[in-house]
Write a protein that binds this ligand. Structure first.
Ligand code: PLP
Length: 408
């Protein structure tokens, strides 16, 4: 008889986005004349850059001819893309990364989810709270999370590190044994980022404790402030304690095209084993490479045309986020993020619960947001809004929210 992985049965339903969608649908059905503007959107909306489209077309043509056809490629990715990454994402920032330390993938979600395979099930995991749910759920699947406590909204073996307005959204170093730490900067959902000194503290702690930092830099392209590192390897000592995840999704509109990469330094060794060698073994066994066509599209992001074009989209989204933050702040809410991020994270007024404020905005402003409580216990009392929508819709949504708040 086959037995299942019982950890899957412990997972709570993916409640957040389905519940948000359900409430929007129910409201729309009851009020068909009302136009709802979604500031809850977590996906990009602008099309791929022309330079990327051109490269994708050219790669499709190559696949049509026997002389230029590509079958299986290297599982770790093609050199043309790995070398462009080494040069432009790292060397241009003064960081030396070897191309063999770069593993091209189909996106950061797979990498963040799969990285646990190379670590022991006994490791204690710490996450920021609120958090991108993939880190928690994939560790729960691997049996590292203990049991789920629905009342608390958390797992018994996961160490939750609150990041709230009270601590400036900077997680405190753990006061108990922790082996693996997920850090996301700039953060989804709070839109806040860790500066160089704050990251240095974490890197020093990880080296001292032989812990490993799993650093999610999916939103690094949105960084504007000089003291916020784009890569954890800009911080001294990070190569002996950190793995980094990057994505073309929000950087270059690849959410539906799929490409990302992980950086696993050769200097990163635990239990006498090279994590680079383990990840290479993982990828060559479980992954047959990202599509040649997609990698050609991703490489076009690094051309001067590509850079100019993706920058325009990143600025568009961040400017929407700034519009949201400024509008909420003027209306008297405490709002965070947006400076280095497409996300705005705001405190609800008058100690309203996340879902209560969600319902209020949906009903009175006809604007959909995402309740912060869905990202972890410390997200209660906050909402998340994103700059991924249309600029005019974003301005109208903010106006509506302001007029509702004025009459509260
Ligand atoms: N990491 C964070 C923090 C994210 O918010 C997301 C997507 O929303 C991802 C990773 C996943 O990115 P990808 O589309 O590359 O899988």
């Amino acid at each position: 008889m086959a037995h299942i992985n019982h950890n899957y049965l412990k997972l709570p339903g993916s409640y957040l986005f389905s519940e948000v969608a359900r409430r929007i649908r129910a409201y729309s059905e009851a009020h068909p004349d009302r136009e709802i503007i979604k500031l809850s959107i977590g996906d990009v909306t602008r099309p791929l850059a022309p330079a990327v489209i051109q490269a994708l077309h050219a790669a499709v043509e190559e696949q049509a001819q026997a002389e230029t056809f590509h079958g299986y490629g290297p599982e770790q990715g093609y050199d043309f893309l790995r070398c462009a990454i080494v040069e432009q994402d790292f060397r241009a920032r003064g960081v030396e990364i070897d191309k063999d330390e770069i593993f091209i993938s189909d996106g950061a979600k797979s990498d963040c989810g799969n990285i646990g395979d190379i670590f022991s099930a006994d490791n204690v995991v710490a996450v920021c709270d609120p958090v991108y749910p993939v880190y928690v759920d994939t560790n729960a699947m691997a049996g590292r999370a203990g049991d789920y406590d629905a009342r608390r909204g958390g797992w018994s073996r996961i160490v939750y590190m609150p990041t709230t307005a009270e601590n400036g959204f900077v997680p405190a170093l753990p006061d108990k044994t922790v082996d693996l730490v997920y850090l996301c900067s700039p953060s989804n959902p709070t839109g806040t980022a860790l500066n160089r000194a704050q990251l240095q503290t974490w890197v020093d702690w990880a080296n001292e404790h032989d812990a490993v930092i799993l650093f999610d830099a999916a939103y690094e392209a949105f960084i504007t402030q000089d003291d916020v590192p784009h890569s954890i390897y800009e911080v001294e000592g990070a190569k002996t304690c950190a793995i980094e995840f990057r994505s073309f999704s929000k950087t270059a509109g690849f959410t539906g095209t799929r490409c990302g990469y992980a950086v696993v330094p050769k200097a990163l060794v635990r239990d006498g084993a090279s994590l680079n060698a383990l990840w290479n073994r993982h990828q060559t066994t479980k992954f047959n490479g990202t599509s040649y066509i997609v990698q050609r599209g991703a490489a076009a992001v690094y051309t001067s045309e590509g850079q100019r074009q993706i920058r325009a989209d990143i600025d568009y989204y961040r400017s929407n986020a700034q519009t949201i933050k400024a509008g909420l702040t003027e209306a008297g809410l405490e709002a965070f993020g947006a400076d280095n991020s497409p996300y705005v994270w705001a405190k609800t007024p008058g100690n309203l619960g996340s879902w209560e404020f969600f319902d209020l905005l949906l009903d009175r402003a006809n604007v959909a947001v995402t309740p912060g409580a869905g990202f972890g216990p410390s997200g209660e009392g906050y909402i998340r809004m994103t700059g991924f929508g249309d600029a005019e819709d974003t301005r109208r949504a903010v106006e509506r929210i302001r007029s509702v708040l004025e009459h509260l």
